[in-house]
Design a protein around this ligand. Structure first.
Ligand code: NAD
Length: 470
């Protein structure tokens, strides 16, 4: 017998039980948080059909009307901040304070997109003719989200797609669907039925979304491997794709920084969300003159970190989000032990929950899998360099190109080096600073296209030129 789910899908304006159910596990306790609806392929088809049916009327609404819907959704999300944050902590693992920040941030992203416009641009209007460039919505958008920031990453996509006049089928990750389904329940009457549909799967409907004939664009955030499958799946129908994929961000620390002042900032950039951040600092290149001092400072910070259940007061770092990622990160720690020297952390914390203490590995270099691959967890390799241009070249010698950073007292010198980094964003004296008005996207295998800002909004549109002779 199928259990009654605590969380339902949103299809065509109705909350419906999934054709199957699945347990969602709290990674801090390994206990079930809730029984969640799991959509069948038939329910995915219903969601797409509802979105397709809702599209013409939604596309014909005024942008003001769509803005109002986004603002109402922002209010609904923010109004449920305590409940949503708690749920997010329970399913994702992150500390409650961070979960509150994520919920608040998601609402803020809805508000940001409500400030944008998509005006037609007149390029000619004279006695010979009139030419206008317009931005039209695409149709049904398939939005696919991973488990590290379920709500913020949802809010990169949903408000932009809706503002442009598209309708959506949204799918959170299999291990973190609850807070997204809760939002679906909260906002279900704030746009016409079918405009926003939310389904949950057991990691088995992604390919069906990607290949669905009635979906016009896939907006995907996740790993590079899955991103390649998305692009291949979208090729037949020449669907538009925006792919936000993996990264292996380098932070380059020049010789003039103060290690005591800089280490905490790099530590935060690497270990926030227990390292499960696409734009975490994942390898740090440190000038030889300050290498030992930086290693010592980062080691001290790792030793002092409070790791625990995100619902407990004082917890700074939660568990890895799921067992597969936990096992994977332990493998990277083994590589670090083999190829370098572990000076802090290096082991699982406790017997229950997927906890790993922040781990610092020194005396390691390029060629180790801990340096060359994306660890996506709380283990940071520190690499020594002697020449800044060489450090930039080593940072660039990666298939990834999501973010990167240069740290220096002489910020002008850092600015000069930053332009040589092959990544979508380069920060100077900070890392992982995302803002809604700045386009965000990856170079090389880190992605295709961008999200956020006006550039991100435009990716949910088709250009149309109206060209009239007079
Ligand atoms: P993943 O690729 O395994 O899964 C992401 C989503 O894709 C999930 O919802 C999953 O169910 C779905 N999916 C699985 N198979 C699919 C298929 N064949 N077609 C379509 N969708 C499918 O990624 P993950 O492990 O959940 O997330 C971690 C990865 O995401 C890391 O590599 C990280 O760097 C990356 N990430 C990137 C960004 C960014 O903005 N660039 C942000 C966050 C995470």
């Amino acid at each position: 017998m199928t259990a009654t789910p605590d969380f339902k899908l949103l299809i065509g304006g109705q909350l419906v039980a999934g054709d199957a159910t699945m347990d969602v596990i709290n990674p801090a306790t390994e206990q079930t948080v809730a029984v969640c609806s799991r959509a069948s392929k038939a329910q995915l088809d219903q969601a797409v059909a509802a979105a397709k049916a809702a599209f013409p009327a939604w596309a014909a609404t005024s942008i003001d009307e769509r803005r109002k819907a986004l603002l109402a959704m922002a209010d609904a999300i923010q109004g449920a901040l305590p409940e949503l944050s708690r749920l997010l902590t329970q399913e994702q693992g992150k500390p409650l304070q961070a979960a509150m920040g994520e919920v608040f941030g998601a609402a803020a992203f809805f508000r940001y997109f409500a400030t944008l416009d998509l005006p037609a641009k007149t390029v000619q209007d004279d006695d010979k003719g009139r030419v206008e460039i317009r931005r039209k919505p695409l149709g049904v958008i398939g939005a696919i989200v991973p488990w590290n920031f379920p709500l913020i990453l949802m809010a990169f996509k949903v408000p932009a797609a809706l503002l442009a006049g598209n309708t959506i089928v949204l799918k959170p990750a299999a291990t973190t669907p609850l807070s997204t389904l809760k939002i679906a329940e909260l906002v279900k009457d704030l746009a016409p039925p079918g405009v926003l549909n939310v389904i949950a799967d057991a990691n088995d409907l992604g390919a069906a979304i990607t290949g669905h004939p009635d979906i016009r664009k896939i907006s995907f955030t996740g790993s590079t491997e899955t991103g390649k499958r998305v692009m291949a799946g979208a090729a037949d129908a020449l669907k538009r794709v925006t792919l936000e994929l993996g990264g292996n961000d380098a932070a380059i620390v020049l010789d003039d920084v103060d290690p005591v002042e800089t280490a905490p900032k790099i530590f935060a950039a690497a270990f926030q969300n227990s390292g499960q951040v696409c734009i975490a600092a994942k390898r740090v290149y440190i000038h030889e003159s300050i290498y030992d001092a930086m290693c010592d400072e980062l080691g001290k910070l790792a030793d002092a970190a409070v790791v625990g259940d995100g619902l407990e007061q004082g917890t700074e770092f939660g568990p890895l989000q799921n067992k597969a990622q936990f096992d994977k990160v332990l493998g990277y720690i083994e590589a670090g032990r083999r190829d370098g020297k572990v000076i802090a952390g290096g082991e699982r914390a406790g017997d229950t929950g997927y906890f790993i203490r922040p781990t610092i590995v020194r005396d390691i270099t390029d060629g180790s899998k801990l340096v060359d691959e994306e660890q996506f967890g709380p283990v940071l390799p520190l690499i020594k360099f002697s020449d800044a241009a060489d450090a930039v070249a080593r940072a660039n010698a990666s298939d990834y190109g999501l973010g990167g950073s240069i740290w220096a007292k002489d910020a002008e010198r850092a600015w000069g080096l930053a332009a040589g980094m092959e990544s979508g964003t380069v920060w100077i004296n900070k890392h992982a600073d995302l803002q809604p008005h700045l386009p965000f996207g990856g170079a090389k295998l880190s992605g295709v296209g961008s999200e956020l800002g006006e550039e991100g909004l435009k990716e949910f549109t088709q250009v149309q030129v109206l060209n009239m002779a007079r």
